[in-house]
Design a protein around this ligand. Sequence first.
Ligand SMILES: NC(=O)c1ccc[n+]([C@@H]2O[C@H](COP(=O)([O-])OP(=O)(O)OC[C@H]3O[C@@H](n4cnc5c(N)ncnc54)[C@H](OP(=O)(O)O)[C@@H]3O)[C@@H](O)[C@H]2O)c1
Length: 285
Amino acid sequence: MPCPEVSFPSGELRPALGLGTWRFGEQPGRRSAEVASLRLALEMGWRLVDTAEMYGDGGAETVTGQALAEAQRAGVPRNELFVVSKVLPDHAGARALQAACEASLCRLQLDSLDLFLLHWRGGVPLAETVRGFEQLQRRGLIRLWGVSNFDLDDMRELGAVPGGRACATNQVHYSLGQRGVEYDLLPWLRVQQMPLMAYSPFDQGELVNHPRLRPLAERHRARPAQVALAWLLRQPGVMAIPKAGNALHLRHNWAAQQLRLGADDLAELDRHFAPPRKRQPLAVR
Ligand SMILES: NC(=O)c1ccc[n+]([C@@H]2O[C@H](COP(=O)([O-])OP(=O)(O)OC[C@H]3O[C@@H](n4cnc5c(N)ncnc54)[C@H](OP(=O)(O)O)[C@@H]3O)[C@@H](O)[C@H]2O)c1
């Protein structure tokens, strides 16, 4: 069965499943194991990697860069990879944004990023950040830009600034345990044909052995983590970027792409993890 994909507003198709890298690059003694884990993932077929200048103070980008460089030397074509990084709100002003992107690219050993996100909204006016993203595009340093942790009001405000409608995605916390975005943000993004990138799809590990997921998982001869992931990946326009630090978890998460949930499964999940009935503040991790 084909792996799920999403379409960006530009029309390009990319995998719906990607790798998270938060907590990588924090401890020098773990770096070679982290590079090996990312390399293994790339060998398995994972092609989308999400990182940020914040993670490990650049350490996660350094680890990711090493794994990407090794994978390319081993024959993975650059144009198959989709590398996402994020800029801190304090670096989202005109000059700082250019410098932050250059530093990220240096750590990632890349000439350009596929997608550069504003990690969360800070004090810099959105119009200035959008101008900065456009300049990075003109300089060939990024292809697409987007945002993270924006609620619906933020997205509407962004859409109203010059160039703001070119935003490619909004990366937010979305999981079975955190379904608030279904009420307003996700339907709005679908109308804009903008994919939602779901971070912390396992609620940072809380869902991976959830007792409410076990019976359903057992019926499918799957793991609770795979059910949590398959539930996200079955939705049009939703991407998910689980972080996994070992081979078994990477394999299980990759295999979750082939798990098909039926109407009865979805109804059972709705009973245990109720969809929102009113607007909720955006969940932030
Ligand atoms: N934009 C933002 O503000 C933001 C915020 C948070 C996260 N993110 C991004 O989203 C990514 C994912 O979110 P997250 O790291 O917060 O948490 P997560 O992906 O929800 O959960 C990660 C945890 O689940 C475990 N796990 C992964 N696969 C498993 C499996 N098949 N079976 C059992 N356990 C499994 C991992 O353990 P092991 O490590 O031992 O495999 C880890 O403890 C981050 O790494 C980051 O790239 C973005």
